[in-house]
Design a protein around this ligand. Structure first.
Ligand code: PMP
Length: 454
């Protein structure tokens, strides 16, 4: 006999099926969406009372973990005091947050607020194009990004994205977005050192600029490491070289810190691993740990100078209703305070190192081609054959992910969707994860890999 509780749960799932259009994943009758009802620390609870460790922090975003009352209170207090002011005006939380971000970045940027990572990247593109126009370089309009990178879902950000499967049904996208291959160190040609290979990839990027006529190139956008395309971590020489190339050809360097920002890689911002100074930096997700939507486009002050006190036709004509929402800014300030007070940035480095060390034994597993991480973000690349590096079949990857979930662990999958495979397991747990949480992740992964042998 079904209990009333069980009936209620079934009804909820049915109402979800009837009314809610889920992101990305298609609805499957045998596999309805999980309805999350509670979350605390690194753990989420579904409507059946199952507890799962969320080793993806939602969508790579809940950096300080779930259930932080301080963040709820920060939003509450701000809403009570003053719920809304458009950013054509200003307000205290926006001013304080901009100052704080500048302190973290070394005080050289103007902070433009939006709502999402996609929005922040759109702003970066528009600022870049207008900057070149106002700086006597009106022919510069093209952007170069990398295949496999994800930069967002809106038309410009999707145009910059280098994942064909996400794009082809929505063509024609924005014009002027070009792509080059990123360094994929695991799959580099034999006989090349990682450093040589990374320098060659940077050279390819420079050639693209030259072949496309450098006077037409406005900017390059890249993440400090490609996260969503399968955790591809460049050698530092690559990033440094890209900055040099940008400077040489008058191209702006836009660094997308939407995932890497706010401690994920073991430094406050991912680009801080590489001794570079980006022209524009975009941030979202970890800025509020996703408690409220907020994003930032930080623009170097000398670029902003061409917009400042300008003639009417030099204004930056971009506005959005919710950008810089006061409660979201208050939550971001509190979120950064938590990151600092609990030393979660250095904690990310410690947790990541332990994860690498403890999972090292999996490298000899027949299906594990590569394990790579920077801070507390990891990719485990699965292959059918270690010699040929043939990507693991979708069914095998799905089985491993399913078994992790059945054991209470949520992990992600990514890969080279252009080539049509999705063979890289991803982990991006909250930076506030406890040692016991990490033990759990390691135990489940080892158990599941042990169960999956040829
Ligand atoms: N840039 C990167 C690197 C991302 O991972 C994402 C989202 N996954 C975005 C931009 C877009 O962010 P949003 O979903 O908030 O628009």
């Amino acid at each position: 006999m079904e209990t009333i509780e069980e009936k209620k749960k079934k009804l909820l799932v049915e109402k979800d099926r009837q009314n809610v259009w889920h992101h990305v994943s298609p609805y499957k009758k045998e596999n309805p969406a999980m309805v999350v009802t509670e979350a605390k620390g690194s753990w989420i609870t579904d409507h059946s009372g199952n507890k799962l460790l969320d080793a993806m922090s939602g969508l790579w975003c809940v950096n300080v973990g779930y259930g932080r009352e301080e963040l709820a209170l920060a939003a509450y207090e701000q809403m009570k005091q003053m719920a809304y002011a458009p950013m054509v005006q200003s307000h205290v939380a926006a001013i304080e947050l901009a100052e704080k971000i500048n302190e973290m970045l070394d005080d050289d940027y103007m902070i433009f607020y939006s709502n999402s990572g996609s929005d922040a990247n759109e702003v970066a593109f528009k600022v870049t194009r207008q900057y070149h126009q106002q700086n006597g370089d009106p022919s510069r309009y093209k952007f170069i990004s990398r295949y496999r990178a994800y930069h967002g879902s809106s038309m410009g950000a999707l145009s910059a994205t280098g994942q064909a499967l996400r794009k082809y049904k929505y063509e024609p996208l924005s014009s002027g977005f070009l792509h080059v291959a990123p360094p994929d160190n695991y799959r580099r040609p034999s006989g090349q050192s990682v450093e040589e290979y990374n320098l060659l990839r940077a050279e390819e990027l420079e050639n693209k600029i030259i072949w496309e006529q450098k006077e037409t190139i406005a900017g390059i956008i890249m993440e400090p490491l490609i996260t969503g395309g399968g955790v591809l971590i460049p050698h530092p020489v690559y990033v440094k070289k890209v900055q040099e190339i940008c400077k040489r050809h008058g191209v702006l360097l836009i660094i997308d810190e939407v995932i890497c920002g706010f401690g994920r890689t073991g430094k406050m911002f991912g680009h801080m691993h590489y001794d570079i100074k980006p022209d524009i930096i975009t941030m979202a997700k970890g800025l509020t740990s996703a408690y409220l939507p907020l994003s930032v486009t930080a623009v170097r002050k000398d670029i902003y100078e061409t917009f400042k006190d300008s003639e009417e036709n030099s204004h930056f004509r971009h506005v959005n209703t919710f950008g810089g929402n006061p409660a979201a800014c208050a939550v971001a300030l509190k979120n950064i305070e938590i990151l600092e007070q609990e030393n979660l940035v250095s904690r990310a480095a410690v947790l990541g190192e332990r994860l690498q060390k403890e999972l090292a034994e999996l490298k000899s597993h027949p299906y594990v081609g590569d394990i790579r991480s920077l801070g507390f973000v990891m990719g485990i690349e699965l292959v059918e054959d270690k010699n040929t590096k043939e990507p693991a079949a979708a069914q095998r990857v799905g089985k491993i992910i399913g078994e992790c979930k059945a054991n209470g662990l949520i992990i992600g999958k990514n890969g080279d969707t252009v080539a049509g495979y999705n063979n890289i397991l991803t982990l991006c747990p909250p930076l506030s994860s406890t040692d016991e949480d990490l033990d759990f992740i390691i135990t489940v992964l080892k158990k599941v890999f042990k169960q999956n042998q040829p």
